[in-house]
Design a protein around this ligand. Structure first.
Ligand SMILES: Nc1ncnc2c1ncn2[C@@H]1O[C@H](COP(=O)(O)OP(=O)(O)OP(=O)(O)O)[C@@H](O)[C@H]1O
Ligand SMILES: [Mg+2]
Length: 207
């Protein structure tokens, strides 16, 4: 049996992933004394993750570098699982339940690089080498609303309305495409309500 609990939050830029993860972290930490929570993100700050971030900042054309990005995301994910996620989950025992909250995972690679034109079936095949999350929540919101939320930030490679619409459609198809426990969450509501709907699902799982 796989130890620990691995939870992923994914979705388009500005959908609220990072805010929701902070709220989930706080909630789970106080929910039970036996829970230990690790919050982490992709891309990581490792050597591949750094290269990815650099490309996302510098490149302006959302169509470019699809293969290169996919390759880097896969390497980054391998390293992330091996160095951070798996060791932490393995430390779960009778007295402690270790829970990983991960901001983005292979759903993002499938949705983003799929929007760049790479073959989605191939990428799903490649995703099978990685540990399946115990639960995945995809935050869904209109790209125009998401862009408004992140208006104050410097725009990255993929943060353009038309491109985000394609990414969103890929995310919406994810529960049908990938054989994982994926829930699409309406993230157009106020954060508190988005949190409540995920909390309800987690409470069911954790008993
Ligand atoms: N449901 C919501 N209602 C209103 N504002 C929200 C909601 N969710 C997030 N926001 C706001 O939108 C902004 C972006 O949220 P956040 O950084 O959590 O998104 P993200 O999905 O992590 O984006 P990125 O992928 O770019 O990191 C923040 O200022 C946040 O407070
Ligand atoms: Mg974020």
């Amino acid at each position: 049996m796989k130890k620990g609990m691995f939870i992923v939050v994914d979705g388009i830029d500005g959908s609220g992933k990072s805010e929701i993860i902070k709220m989930l972290h706080n909630y789970l930490f106080s929910r039970h004394k036996k829970y230990r929570i690790l919050t982490t993100r992709e891309p990581t700050n490792g050597k591949y993750g750094k290269l990815i971030r650099q490309m996302l900042r510098k490149e302006k054309n959302p169509e470019s570098s699809s293969r290169k990005l996919m390759g880097l995301f896969i390497k980054d994910r391998k390293e992330h699982l091996k160095s951070t996620i798996e060791p932490f989950l393995k430390m779960s025992n009778k007295h402690e339940l270790n829970i990983v909250l991960c901001d983005r995972y292979y759903y993002s690679t499938i949705a983003f690089q799929g929007a760049q034109g790479l073959n989605i079936k191939d990428m799903i095949q490649k995703s099978k080498q990685f540990r399946k999350p115990d639960a995945a929540f995809i935050l869904d919101v209109e790209p125009s609303a998401a862009l408004e939320r992140i208006e104050y930030r410097q725009k990255e490679k993929f943060e353009q309305l038309e491109f985000m619409k394609k990414i969103r459609q890929n995310f919406l198809k994810m529960p049908k495409l990938v054989d994982d426990d994926i829930k699409i969450i309406d993230a157009s509501m106020p954060l508190k309500r988005v949190f409540e709907s995920i909390k309800k699902e987690l409470d069911k799982m954790l008993g």
